[in-house]
Write a protein that binds this ligand. Sequence first.
Ligand code: FES
Length: 639
Amino acid sequence: MNHPPVSLQIEITTGTRTVLLDQTQQMLPLTEVLRHIGLPLNTRCGQRGKCDGCLIDLLRGKLIHLVDGEIINAGNPLLSVRACEYRVTDPQNSPPELRICVPARSLLAYEPQVLKDYRISVPFSIFPLWQQIPVQRQEPDEHSATADGAAHYLKQSLGLRSTPIVTPAALQQWKQNRGVSKVWAVLQYQPSGWSITAFEQEPVRQPLGAAIDIGTTTVVALLVDLSTGQVLAQAANFNGQINLADDVVTRISLCGQDPTMIARMHEAVCEDTIVPLLRETLEIARVPADTSLQAVAVAGNTTMQHLFAGADPSGLGTVPFTPKFLEYLHLNGPRVFTVAKNGSAPAQAVHLLPSPAAYVGADLAAGILASGLIYDDGPSLLIDIGTNGEIIFKKQDLLLGCATAAGPAFEGAGLACGMRAGDGAIAYVHLKTDPLQIQTRRIGENGYAAGLCGSAYVDFLAEARRTGLIDTMGRFDLQAVPDAQAHIIAWRPRRSSVEDRAMVLAYGQAKRPIVVAEADIAVLLSSKAAIAAGIMILMKRAEVTPAQIKRVYLAGGFGTYMIAANAIACGLLPGFTPEQIVPVGNTSLAGAYLSLVDASAMDEIRRLARCVQTLELNLDPEFETTYIDQLALPEVRPT
Ligand code: FES
C-alpha cells in the first residue's frame, strides 16, 4: 500500500521551509531527509547517537525512534532530539502538521577537510564561543521587553540548553539603551553556560578569534573570522620558553627552584611568542595590528597550559603529579596579556581547553575529537609525536592515555641542521647505493634548502639502516656502502669542543652543508625509543597487539610529510603496517579551532577529557627495559 506524502515544516534562522516526504523519505533518519533538501546537519559521530551535533527541536507533531519504535510528541517544555535517531511517523499516525526547528548550531558548516598542516576529520557547525545576536526590543509585555525576556528569547532562538545569564554590566547597558528598538546581545561561552556580557547598539563588523596550539617547542596560531569560521591567516614560531629550557621537565623544575621563573615562562610564551604571532596573522589578514580579538581558544600539554595561565607547574614535576587545574578555564584577556596604553589587550577572552591528566594534556583531548578517534570504536591509537610524545588507546568506550618524554628532536630542535616542517625544510630523504646517491626533496619551490625536518630524519634513519650505512646502534658503517666516505665530513657541534662525523645530505645557501651528525642520530634514537616504548607498554596494558589495531592516527606537524613505511622501518611505530597509519597533522591546533568555532565541540572535549584513564609510564616496571631495547635500530632483513 502506498503511503500519502507527509508534510514537514522546517524552521531555520532564515525562515521556514515546507517539504513533502514520499514513502521512501518517510523511512529515513531526519538527518538524511535534511541532507537531501540541502540542510545537512553536524553529524559528527557518523549518525551513531554519540554526539549532540544533530539536535533539533520538535515544535509540532510526532516522531518515531528508528530503533525501538517509541513515538514522541511535541509539547511543553520544548523537546530536543537527535535527528539521526528519529524519522517521521506514518501518515495515519501523523497530525496534519509536523514542524521542527533546526538551530544554527546544528547546521553543518564544513565537511571534514585537509588544510595546510592540520586536518579536521569530523564535521562541525559554526556556533562560536563568542557571538552577537540582534534582539528587537518590543513594547512592554512582549518577550524581549526586559533583559531577562531577551535572554529567554535567545535561549529559544539559538536552541541553548539553559537561559544565558545576563551580567550586571549587560543589564546596565540594557537600561541605558531604553528607547533603542534593536540591540546586539553579546554572548560568551563560560564554564557554567552562556552569558550575555553586553547589549550593544552596533555590531562588531568583523568579529575575530584565534586558535592556538602551544607546543613545548613550537606555537601555531590561526586567525579566524568568527562569523564565518574562515581561517584568515596562520603563523608559527618556536616557543620562546626554549630559550629558558628545552623540555617540559626542566621548565617545571626551574619553576620549582625559583618561583620568579613562572612569570618569566608566562611572559616568554604570551608576550614573546603568542602576541607577535597574533600580530603577524593580523598583518597577513590586513587587519589593524591593535585589534583586540573577541575569543582565543588554546590547547597545549598540561604544563604549557599552566605556564600560559601563569600557574605554578611544579606539582607536575614529582609523584603524584598534581596539577593546579585540569578543567576548562575561561580567562579574561587582560589578565593573561599585557594591556596596551589604549586599554585594550590582544584578546578579550581566552578559553583554555581541558586536560585529561597531568601528562595527557588538552592538546591530546583536542586531538581525540579532531582526528575522529572519539567516534572510532577501535581498537585504535592516536599518537602525537611532539616533545612530549602522547598516546591514546581507544576501544569502544575505553580511552587509555600516557605520555613519554620524547624530546624535541622530531620537531627539529637540538640537531645540527634541524628545523620545523616549513618552506625550505628537506622533508624526504632517499638513499641509493652502488655508488651512494642521496636524493632529497624539500618543502616549497623557491630558495635553498635550509635544514631538515622530522620526516627527513625518519627517512634517514630507515634508509641508512636499510642500506647498512648505519649499524643498529646508529654509528656510521662506512665500509658497508661504497663511496659513503665521500659524503662524510668532520663536524663540530655547537657548544662542543669534540669533533663528530656527519653525513652531508645536501647543500644550502652559500654552499652550507646540510648534515646528519652521529650525535644527531643518538638523540633521534633516544626520542624514537621513548615513543616506541610508550606505544608498546600502552598496548600491553590494553592487551592488544599491533596487528589488532585498526587505525593509528598519527598527529604532529611532521606526520603530514612522513612516509609511514619508514617510521615503521626505523622502529618509531613498532610492528605496524603502512595501511594502519592515518596521518592527521596538528590535531591540537585542529581541536582548538573546532572548539573556537563550534561550542558543541568544546562541550564534547570537556566531556571526553573526563573519560580518559591514564597510565604513568615512569611508574611502570617494564617501561625502562622496553625503552632500552628500543634504543637500537631494527635488524635489516636479508632481501
Ligand atoms: S550525529 Fe546524531 S548524535 Fe551524532
